[in-house]
Write a protein that binds this ligand. Sequence first.
Ligand SMILES: [Fe+2]
Length: 175
Amino acid sequence: MMRPRPEAEIAAPYLRPLALLSEAHVKGQAKLSALEAAMKALQNGERASGVKGLEEALGFFDTDLARHFKHEENALFPPLIRAVGRGGPVGAMMEEHQSLWRSIDRLTEQVEAMAMSESGPSPKELTLLKQVVEHILWLLRSHIQKEDTMLFPLALQHLSSSDWREVEAEMERPG
Ligand SMILES: [Fe+2]
């Protein structure tokens, strides 16, 4: 009698890497809502909870988001570039990653300055902060939507089983 094959061998090779990337998007959406709420709290004069929420969002960007971008840039994008080229959607996603880091750096500077100042944020500081937060919310939400609806389907269309196994191995590499 044949022994049943382990589930991992039977499962389609794209399932696990795509599930991990999609899960990170769902978690990212939730963190963006928390960032939005923290900004509202600050505008309502709730300085302590607002600053705490902004710092938590920055912590998330620094860890989970950085790891997720690494998964995409080092694991998913290389085989996709081999299949469809560097320009077009893959290049656009890489540019958006860079653009996001620039905005996150600006937010980090503003939050650090605000956390150190004795008085609450001035109306001008609050306006500048709101601008950068709104930009990040818009950019990351639309970025996630483009990846979910366009980039992942493109990868499903073009990557082979062995590509997907490489994607998964690269994503699981420590560090
Ligand atoms: Fe992503």
